[in-house]
Design a protein around this ligand. Structure first.
Ligand SMILES: NC(=O)c1ccc[n+]([C@@H]2O[C@H](COP(=O)([O-])OP(=O)(O)OC[C@H]3O[C@@H](n4cnc5c(N)ncnc54)[C@H](O)[C@@H]3O)[C@@H](O)[C@H]2O)c1
Length: 349
């Protein structure tokens, strides 16, 4: 039986969702919806699916089993809650939403309806990320001591001018951190565990007409006692591939986009050298460092497969609602620390 997908919001990332679904046997995009009818028409014509101009009419389509939410970040909640109430499984683009109460309303609506909810974080499905996670779970790093995320990207002024929602608190929810670096925040939390407290600074240095930060730095103490930093910017021309660095008393690994460029342990295995050679040239795109569309869709494909597996077997997907909420909580704590000039503990009281 074919699983029917409905795409909500037909802009840039919806095209990647369509490519990801096309790569999955037994799944197809049957409909799409946008508040701008021409956007829905354009995507529907490309995909050969039905275009809808109203959310309720789309959700009444019985061919749709799963919706993916590709609207601006602060407009994820309304369609997600309606879709859950209509009995559709819900995949939401990152960030899950821009406030914790809006995240919670999505999570509650999906739990109430008994549908699967997943937040998109494709990097977690990359082989390189999973190898590092497995090595941590096996204790190969010894005691984790320091974990860092560096996202030194570049976005032009035209990027921010290309959509009225970009760079606004209400619909983007933040700047370089909430929109771009949140992939790395999610990955760092997955690998290092939750943050206990943090301090931070943010600034808007290179872009006009935006309300939010284009540079951010945070120093972290994780619940396991390790320290770390997050550096995020959209103001570092020409934009570098993002990096995650994990260090412990018995090992170090450095991830540059999908490449593992350091993989060094006190207790070496025979497979280590071959792994480093194999994983050094994995990145096939610009990683979104300078051009938001210079990304692959293979992470989305893997995540959609994980969601279909969860639906089929009544299991939780790897990144469910509460997992998607964690990075939003951390980013909001960074904003609070930067605004107040004080360190902030998590979870917020
Ligand atoms: N995973 C990734 O790598 C990745 C990359 C880019 C964007 N995103 C996320 O995807 C989302 C969309 O980003 P984008 O770059 O595609 O934006 P976009 O501006 O290109 O597209 C958004 C579309 O949503 C439509 N829209 C707005 N409000 C709507 C509503 N209430 N109902 C239905 N349609 C509505 C707009 O008309 C537009 O066509 C954001 O949350 C963003 O953070 C994720």
């Amino acid at each position: 039986m074919t699983v029917g997908f409905g795409l909500i919001g037909c802009g840039m990332i919806a095209n990647f969702h369509a490519r990801a679904v096309a790569d999955i046997r037994g799944a197809s995009v049957v409909a799409c919806y946008d508040t701008v009818p021409s956007a829905a028409d354009r995507l529907a014509a490309t995909l050969g699916c039905t275009a809808y101009y109203g959310l309720d009419t789309m959700l009444a389509d019985p061919r749709i089993d799963v919706v993916t939410i590709c609207t601006p970040s602060g407009a994820h909640m309304e369609p997600a809650v309606s879709a859950a109430a209509a009995g559709k499984h819900v995949i939401v683009e990152k960030p899950l939403e821009v406030t914790l109460s809006r995240c919670d309303r999505i999570i509650a609506a999906c739990a109430r309806a008994g549908v699967v909810l997943s937040t998109i974080f494709p990097s977690r499905f990359h082989e390189s990320s999973r190898l590092i996670k497995n090595a941590i779970d096996q204790g190969r790093f010894g005691r984790l001591t320091i974990g860092d995320a560096y996202v030194k990207w570049y976005r032009t002024q035209q990027y921010y001018d290309s959509g009225a929602w970009r760079g606004t608190w209400k619909l983007d929810g933040g700047g370089a951190l909430m929109n771009q670096a949140i992939h790395s925040v999610d990955l760092l939390l997955w690998l290092m565990g939750p943050v206990q407290d943090l301090s931070a600074r943010t600034a808007t240095l290179a872009h006009q007409r935006i309300e939010v930060e284009d540079v951010a730095t945070a120093t972290l103490r994780f619940a396991n006692g390790a320290l770390g930093v997050i550096e995020a910017t959209t103001a570092a021309y020409p934009g570098a591939l993002k990096r995650i660095e994990i260090h412990g008393t018995e090992g170090s690994a450095v991830l540059r986009e999908e490449d593992i460029i350091t993989w060094d342990f006190a207790k070496k295995t025979r497979a280590d050298a071959a792994l480093l050679t194999r994983m050094a040239g994995k990145t096939q795109t610009g990683g979104g460092a300078a051009d938001p569309a210079a990304i692959g869709h293979h992470g989305h494909t893997a995540q959609f497969k994980d969601v279909l597996n969860a639906i089929r077997h009544g299991k939780k997907p790897l990144i469910d609602g509460p997992e998607g909420r964690r990075s939003v909580e951390t980013v909001l704590a960074i904003y609070k620390a930067a605004q107040s000039g004080r360190s902030v503990s998590l979870p917020p009281s």
